[in-house]
Design a protein around this ligand. Sequence first.
Ligand SMILES: *Cc1c(COP(=O)(O)O)cnc(C)c1O
Length: 368
Amino acid sequence: MPKAQETVLQIDLNALTHNFNYLKSKLKPSTKFLAVVKAFAYGSDSVEVAKHLQGLEVDYFAVAYSSEGVVLRDAGITKPILVLHPQPANFSTIIDRCLEPSLYNAKVLNAFIEIAEKHQQSNYPVHIKFNTGLNRLGFWENDVDYIVSKLKATEAVLAKSIFSHLAASEDEKELEFTKTQIEGFKKTAEEFETKIGYSPWLHLCNTSGVLNFPEAHFDMVRCGIGLYGFGNSSKEDKNLKPIASLKSVISQIHRIEKGESVGYNRAYIANDFEKTATIPIGHADGIGRQYGKEKASVYVNGKPAPIIGNVCMDMLMINITDIDCNEGDEVVIFDQDHNANDFSKSANTISYEILTAISQRVKRQILK
Ligand SMILES: *Cc1c(COP(=O)(O)O)cnc(C)c1O
């Protein structure tokens, strides 16, 4: 890995290939693979990640919002793209850019059919989302008759898939609940198939679903976090490689006396004669104030250096009293050895949040 000269998020595409192959190895050869690349591919770089995955055997992509799908189409991504959470205001764009909506209630189903008819579409692929217990988005199982009647009354759209989302696939304590979701999904899907008279693809599993519930892979799986190197358990984390490394440099070193303060609101007071370093990354880059006040540490020459005082908008300060280092030296916030999951835990959050928080101000550097 090249040394950082400034704050940079390095994206390791070889690690992405490794993670994809590992997740694929958990599937039957016939099971399709949908790569979730929402939120800038979990804070990395959606275009570079999608282009790389398109070159592997990815079958489908998913984004959360239609604008994210438009960015991928503009970049030349040609594989199908499922939009997980579209709004009717964007349905014309969805059709213009060949994106495929998730339809999750009567309002969006009817609005999409109307717009597809207006655009003179036939059999436009849509994905019917059922709620099986997450209680976030989705039709209820007793909506099947209604959906089928609407779909039978139009030529404009076709249910390409039926899907649902697990609430706690990573949580061993919720095994029974997850099994209830799987059974509920199966039952709803069977009823839907019988009534509509054809068989849309079925999909239910996210990354932890893939790893923990092989019986629920159905026709396709939807993986996000696993592709980016995290398996939501220490066992699976060992099989995956984080693709993103967040690095910076030491801008300036200060030597301070006992009782002197560091940063805004004098939130850190030196206990002794100490050495501090100022790093050009702050809460505007995604390192929230919850990481300050010695909750989290970064790494300088392999040694942990706690973040002291309040994280500023554009900078943070660290304690390097016991570390042999110089201005210009590299600082690792997280990488493959000191991973983002461990960093996130220091502020009581999860890998998903710290990864997607890294703002667009941070330069992305792609390593092939
Ligand atoms: C984000 C998302 C996923 C991916 O989940 P991971 O845990 O990151 O694998 C899958 N399905 C839906 C509906 C999602 O919103």
